[in-house]
Ligand binder design. Structure first.
Ligand SMILES: [Zn+2]
Length: 384
């Protein structure tokens, strides 16, 4: 029978196609390189197969990945020093930290170069914690700070020589500790090295009527800046020279230290419903002075009922220089303001306006990342 003249035509067999093949490694690496910078994406890719995991975990690939994304790690969340609030709050999907077993006595002091610095006032102990790798290092306060009744602040940073801050997780670290004695009107500082395992020599400066404040610090080069409680000066700790100095601030009030994206020291303050940003600039003759660089009208950002409810209890509590985000407490909530897009996000419902320390990192193999729930991660791990 002529199948074209009345009979049903048999279906043509499907065209032959070659077996599905995964792309060669060069092409695959180019695809992986273009995944978004948040760690969850490379984390998921690492579970496709052992071969993919080898590619993703390769140090050269992860260096290329950081470079491809401009070297600026994405913000994954923030630590905070508010009693009663979760010590870590994620802001990026797929990243969570288990702090359930951590005593409530632990609070955050700093976060920088992929590590967090926590302190326990009761035991006078510091903890340097790498949330991505899970590494922990406990260290005691410097002896003099342990024996006296002191106000203190601290910072964790990569050891000298680690420029660019690519893979900070494997780098030796320093802890800078600044403390003020109630009795002697003296502020002192010293540095702990993870290589030597000891605190270095203590340097001191006379700070009458003022104590170091445990608000966020700023690091410019190898110089650390901390606020003093008199709220009109900043203490400058030069780690290379092991020396302290004081910088006056042309503003008396509740402010935080910031860093402009191109590096100079700055500070942010709130006056009524205006956010003021200042930057320290050097003149031709080398004399540094403060320059008022920006005023942001907060009445245009927040709803009238939010401003009315806060009863003027509004002040900055943290700053993320890479993300160009400032954290502001507007009683009773805390908000993130993206200074480029001027978008605002509420992040803490009931907080008392304590300090916030943003945490940012690229993917590093370790227990810090989840797919959103512990069970999912266990399933993924068991399936490989
Ligand atoms: Zn580093």
């Amino acid at each position: 029978m002529d199948e074209h003249a009345g009979g049903r035509r048999r279906a043509d067999p499907p065209p032959w196609s070659p077996p599905l093949q995964l792309p060669p490694d060069d092409m695959l690496l180019e695809i992986l390189l273009r995944l978004p910078p948040e760690p969850i994406h490379l984390f998921r890719a690492s579970f496709v197969s052992k071969h993919w995991r080898g590619l993703v975990h390769d140090a050269r690939f992860r260096r290329r990945f950081r470079e491809f994304h401009g070297g600026t790690p994405p913000m994954l969340g923030f630590f905070n020093s508010c009693p009663g609030a979760p010590i870590f709050v994620p802001t990026s999907g797929g990243f969570a930290l288990s702090t359930a077993n951590m005593s409530l006595d632990w609070r955050a002091l700093d976060c920088r170069h992929g590590r967090a610095l926590l302190h326990n006032y009761g035991t006078r102990t510091l903890l340097v914690w790498d949330p991505m790798t899970g590494d922990e290092r406990y260290l005691p306060f410097p002896t003099r700070a342990h024996l006296e009744n002191v106000h203190y602040n601290g910072a964790v940073l990569c050891a000298a020589g680690h420029t660019g801050h690519g893979d900070c997780h494997s780098c030796p670290f320093l802890v800078a500790f600044v403390f003020s004695s109630y009795r002697y009107c003296i502020t002192s500082a010293c540095v702990y090295s993870s290589v030597t395992g000891v605190w270095g020599e203590i340097t001191s400066i006379h700070t009458p009527d003022s104590l170091v404040d445990a608000k966020p610090t700023a690091l410019v080069g190898n110089t650390l800046y901390c606020l003093l409680s008199n709220e009109d000066s900043i203490i400058e700790f030069n780690l290379d020279k092991n020396s302290l100095d004081l910088i006056e601030v042309p503003y008396g009030g509740n402010f935080i230290i910031t860093l402009a994206q191109d590096g100079p020291l700055g500070f942010a303050s709130v006056d009524r419903f205006s956010l003021h940003l200042w930057s320290r600039v050097a003149s031709i003759d080398g004399v540094a002075s403060w320059e008022h660089i920006r005023v942001i009208d907060l009445e245009k950002l927040f709803a009238p009922q939010v401003l009315a409810a806060c009863m003027d209890r509004m002040w900055p509590v943290g700053y993320a220089e890479d993300a160009n985000v400032i954290f502001i407490h507007v009683y009773p909530r805390t908000y993130m303001i993206h200074l480029k897009s001027m978008q605002i996000e509420g992040i803490l419902e009931e907080a008392t306006g304590w300090s916030i320390f943003p945490y940012a990192s690229f993917y590093t193999p370790g227990p810090g990342i989840t797919t959103g729930g512990g069970d999912d991660q266990v399933e993924l791990l068991n399936g490989t």
